[in-house]
Design a protein around this ligand. Sequence first.
Ligand code: HEC
Length: 244
Amino acid sequence: MIRLREFRLNTLPVSGKLLCTLFLICMGVGFAFSQLNVFFTYNRADGIAGFSLQDIVLTYYGQPDVLLVESKLNGTMREHLDNEYERNSLINWAKGGAEKEKSNEAKSIILKNCLLCHTAGGAAAFAPFDTLSTVSAVFTRINNGISIPRLITLSHIHMISIGVVFALSGIIFLFTPINEKLKMILLIFPFGSLLMDVFSWWLTKRIPVFAIAVFIGGVFTVIGFFIQFVISLLTMWRSSGEST
Ligand code: HEC
C-alpha cells in the first residue's frame, strides 16, 4: 500500500490522469476567458482603448466631480449609442437633473439603446432603467466608483469560486515531485494573489493608488494558477521511472 505522502501523480492510472488533465484544461480555458472578460468590460472605462491603471481607478474609485452616467457614456457605455448627438442629449438631460418634464427624447434613446441590458435579467440588472424614477436615480448620481453592494457581490463570487478552483488545482499540485519548500510557496502564491486582488478593490474604492495592487494581484493570480497547471501536467504524464 503506497503512503499518501509518497504518492505521485505519474503513478495514477490513465483514467485518473485524464480526470486531472481535463479538469486543469477546463479551468485554464475558463481563466483565459475570465481575463478576456475583464479586459473587454473595463479597458474602455477611461474612454481610451487598452487596459490602464486609470481604467481601474475610474471603475473602483470613480471620478468625484463627474456624473456617473457621463463617465460611463464616455467610457464603457459609449459603444451602445449610435452617435454623439444622442450622447450629448443624455448627458445634458442628466446634468439638468434628469427631470420628468424634459424626458421625452432621453426616454426614447434609453428604450432603444439601454433597456436591453438595464432591466431584470439583463447584463446590467443591478442598475435597472425600467421606470423614470430608477433612471433618474442612476442618472443624477455622482461617479463614486463601484457601489458597495456590487463590490460585496463581486468579492464573494470571486473569493468562493476562484478559491475552490485553487483548492482543487492545489490538491493535484500537492502530488508533484518538486521540492517541498518550493511547493509550499507555489501553493500559497495564487491564494495570496487572489486575496491581494480582492482586498485592493476595496482599498482602491477609498484610495486610488491601490489600483496598482489590483493590477498586480490580478496578474499574479493568473500566473500562480498557470505555474501549477504546467508543473502538474508535465510531471503527471512523465513515466513513473523518471520522476524520482
Ligand atoms: C450590452 C449591455 C448594455 C447596454 C446596451 C447598456 N449597458 Fe450600461 N452597463 C452594462 C454593464 C454590464 C454595466 C456594468 C459594467 C460597467 O459599469 O461598465 C453597465 C453599467 C452602466 C452604468 C453604471 C451603473 C452603476 O450603478 O454602476 C450606467 C450609468 C450605464 N451602464 C448607462 C447606460 C446607458 C445610458 C446605456 C444606453 C445608452 C447603457 N448603459 C447601455 C451593460 C449595458
